[in-house]
Design a protein around this ligand. Sequence first.
Ligand code: SF4
Length: 359
Amino acid sequence: MPASADLSSAPSSLQTTLDRLTRPAQLVEQLEDNRVCCLACGHRCRIPDGRRGICQVRYNEGGTLQAPYGYVAGLHNDPIEKKPFYHFLPGTNGLTFGMLGCCFHCPFCQNWLSSQALRDERAGISPDEITAGQVVETARRARSSAVVSSYNEPLITAEWAVEIFKQVRKAGLRTACVSNGNATPEVLDYLRPHTDGFKVDLKSLNDHTYRQLGGVLRNVLDTIQRAWDLGFWVEVVTLVVPGLNDSDEELQSIAAFIAGVSPDIPWHVTAFHRDYKLLSGKNTSVRQLLRAWDLGHQAGLNYVYGGNLPGEVPEMENTYCPACDATLIRRVGYYILNNHITPDGKCPECATAIPGVWE
Ligand code: SF4
């Protein structure tokens, strides 16, 4: 992919601040003539000296690729179900940090204030400088079970996430990323030794749709397969957007792909609400979500969940044993009403192992 903006064009004050909050990147290949190839996301930008990558937060200065470091633009102790993770420490909180920027530009982004901060002057979130140790201390004080990189795209800031995650692991907590899936094998290999959970969006099974969002379908499919093979705990989310990806054919294809990687990967079909630049279409109905849920089960997935309509789709929020159909976890939205899974991750009725990270 070609690089984007020139460093000499007038930077915004936000850009100037963010450029100061960087360190030399580790996910990089040096090329001739002071050019670099960034390995942090599937765009693989080849960046000449003095230019930025597509995400605008990684840039080449004098032949050195600079990567974001040492700040957060959001830090909240969220229910882990909000990520969403349903098979990863249910009923606990994950201290979630976000940074700024993204390698995609989805018009329906629900985190556009963070993700599009460098493309859309209406966003206006500022970074707060922080150390990795301070993030861990915040997690300890908040009694978080995990620290999660989310809100913007974690892949483009992977070096900073790893710096934090190393200290989080030493403190005995889990770690996770919430990603758009536009990864490279290099960034997954880099994250894996320090990261437990990987939530991936699969927004469509249509490459044309992905190109409109700034991505490539193949990269996302390869990410899901590779993340599962590498042993991350993987959950997949599809935001069901009416008119974009809600046809039976497309939802069937998405579910079949996930089931082909593993029927044990939880698939979250979540309801779209008008947001950011997609303000005129319809919100997702309960009926559409139920249809997606049915199609997921028909494709052979063991765990399908409906999200973003708390209490309106109760049977879609629970976890059931795929062997004996016992109700294992009852949820309303982000809240756990009861959890019957045994401490070693089994159904209490028939002892079937339920895949996930339970402690
Ligand atoms: S993170 Fe992705 S978009 Fe940003 S410079 Fe690297 S390859 Fe390009």
